[in-house]
Design a protein around this ligand. Structure first.
Ligand code: FES
Length: 108
């Protein structure tokens, strides 16, 4: 049995969007943002090679762990903060219920 979870995304204008997201569709956070038509480009298609899906994790308990590719990309990206993650490297799992993130600014 799978459950839907609730995720909040704050866009670049500061508007909060709360989404109900299924956990059984093998989605990642970048795909969810795109699916709900937020301005997340996902240029590299989720390969951790563009950073256009960068988000700031506002609920510490959901930060998880950056993987090596993600860490390398964030090393070169703009506007990286302690709580930065790449949305495409965050699989949607039941543990993320209540996750809140903010979209990072677009790279210049
Ligand atoms: S979509 Fe390119 S790094 Fe996430």
């Amino acid at each position: 049995m799978s459950a839907d979870i609730s995720i909040t995304v704050i866009d670049r204008e500061g508007t909060e969007h709360e989404f109900t997201v299924p956990t059984d569709m093998n989605l990642n956070l970048m795909e969810v943002c795109k699916g709900f038509e937020l301005p997340v480009e996902g240029i590299c298609g989720g390969m951790a090679m563009c950073a256009s899906c960068q988000v700031y994790i506002l609920t510490d308990e959901h930060f998880g762990e950056r993987n090596d590719d993600e860490e390398a990309m964030l090393d070169e990206a703009y506007f990286v903060e302690e709580n930065s993650r790449l949305g495409c490297q965050i699989p949607i799992t039941p543990e993320l219920n209540g996750l809140k993130v903010a979209l990072a600014p677009e790279a210049p």
